[in-house]
Design a protein around this ligand. Structure first.
Ligand code: NAP
Length: 406
């Protein structure tokens, strides 16, 4: 049996270098297209290890490696090397190419395929001139990449440093690992973006904040579609996505933010009669104000439904749903995020003050809460509606800057 990573018989081999965090279909298409275009016989995927230019987490190194193995297993022209993952100390491309060189014949050409960003910076790598003399480089670009600048850099490298660098645009690279991670974090599907075994692996190990919401989200959406109007469903998704953006801005849990956003209006579209029946069923107390203002009921009922019908146990999520309409004093970060996300999500029709709250939301969430409470209370007073005491207490609390005193 031919030993893996021995390239004596080959005339052209390529290294596919990158973090692969995680590997996606764009990488696979790029490697396959370059392989065919340049007549390469073997593509060796080499996930970065302790890369010289960034910090790496050993646990994630292993995950990145295993996902790359899963993604490439079925292609007889692809293989994966642990060379960089296992290298002690900082890892440099020149050492990788040097090691491979020892394993192939003198007339074997070695290609290095990677993203154009990396190639753009190649002159800052270790021993760039020597490296450029040891292998040929293919910079793969995604649609929209500034090719004029890249061409100029490549021309300089090729003339001044006698390099052999070229580039190839790969439309499938409109997929990016960052996008995959972001999608997983908010429970969006990554089906057909990454190979199926990679998708299962990510969910199994809860990578990129993907567990358990990624598994739950489909069920939640299915139920919501049955009980919400299409317009409310669209708003709900807008709130969930806005909540994730705010969670990222303020360092809150994006998974909880997404779930709370999705469920905040889960009781909204029932009729008043149905809401009252459900309140009785789930022991949601109805005071005088709630009777006179049935619209407020949906928040407290929504919290009870989230627990009983959607299996949510997290108290912070439950509270964020319960207080998303009235607000209350001393809200948790998640409660504030949902309160504000509901106010500013992109599908909201324009109203006085909306743009100011959108801006404040990302500058100072407490100020945004104070401003929103003032706005809502003012609006409801004009409409001669009773104001819930929780909202009045909240306004006083945030006006006095109590949050800042903590
Ligand atoms: P990275 O952080 O994973 O990626 C940077 C950008 O390039 C991202 O947009 C990424 O898209 C894309 N990309 C990376 N690898 C790709 C590939 N093989 N095919 C298509 N797109 C790819 O990678 P990096 O840290 O820049 O490193 C890339 C390679 O250059 C690695 O092999 C690394 O070891 C080498 N490098 C060496 C040195 C040195 O020797 N001193 C210094 C820097 C980099 P995705 O996020 O979608 O993958």
């Amino acid at each position: 049996m031919k030993e893996l990573a021995q390239y004596k018989d080959y005339k052209r081999i390529a290294v596919m270098g990158g973090s692969f965090n995680p590997i996606h279909n764009g990488h696979l298409v790029a490697a396959e297209v370059v392989r065919q275009e340049f007549g390469i016989e073997r593509v060796i995927f080499i996930p970065t290890g302790n890369a010289s230019h960034k910090k790496s987490d050993p646990m994630y190194n292993e995950h990145r490696y295993l996902m790359t193995v899963l993604a490439t297993a079925a292609n007889p022209n692809f293989e994966v090397s642990r060379m960089e993952i296992d290298r002690a100390g900082k890892s440099y491309t020149i050492d990788t190419i040097g090691e491979l060189r020892k394993q192939c014949d003198d007339d074997c050409e070695i290609y290095f395929i990677t993203g154009a960003d990396a190639i753009d910076e190649i002159l800052t790598w270790k021993d760039p001139e020597k490296l450029l003399s040891m292998c040929r480089f293919v910079a793969v670009t995604r649609p929209g990449y500034d090719k004029t600048r890249l061409k100029a850099t490549i021309d300089t490298i090729n003339t001044k440093y006698k390099g052999n660098v070229e580039f190839l645009e790969i439309p499938a690279l409109s997929i990016s690992s960052t996008d995959v991670r972001n999608r997983v974090a908010v429970g969006k599907t990554i089906k057909y973006i990454v190979p199926e075994p990679v998708e299962s692996y990510i969910l199994k190990f809860g990578l990129y904040g993907g567990r358990p919401s990624a598994l739950k989200t489909d069920d939640i959406n299915k139920k919501l579609l049955a009980v919400l109007t299409p317009k409310r469903f669209k708003h709900t998704r807008g709130v969930a996505q806005e909540a994730v953006r705010l969670a990222k801005r303020y360092g809150a849990d994006t998974e909880k933010a997404y779930i709370a956003g999705l469920l905040h209006d889960c009781a909204k579209c029932y009729t008043d009669k149905e809401k009252i029946a459900l309140c009785e069923k789930y022991n949601v107390p109805l005071d005088d104000i709630l009777f006179k203002q049935p619209d407020l009921v949906h928040s407290f009922l929504g919290a009870a439904l989230a627990k009983a019908e959607y299996g949510i146990e997290d108290e912070d999520i439950i509270n964020a749903i319960a207080y998303h309409t009235t607000g209350r004093k001393d809200m948790s970060l998640l409660e504030k995020i949902i309160y504000i996300a509901d106010y500013i999500e992109p599908n909201r029709e324009a109203f006085d003050g909306l743009e100011e709250i959108r801006k404040l939301a990302y500058e100072d969430i407490d100020k945004a809460v104070e401003f929103s409470l003032e706005n809502t209370i003012g609006y409801n007073v004009n409409k001669k509606r009773i104001i819930h005491p929780l909202s009045m207490e909240a306004l006083e609390y945030y006006r006095e800057g109590n949050n800042e005193k903590q």
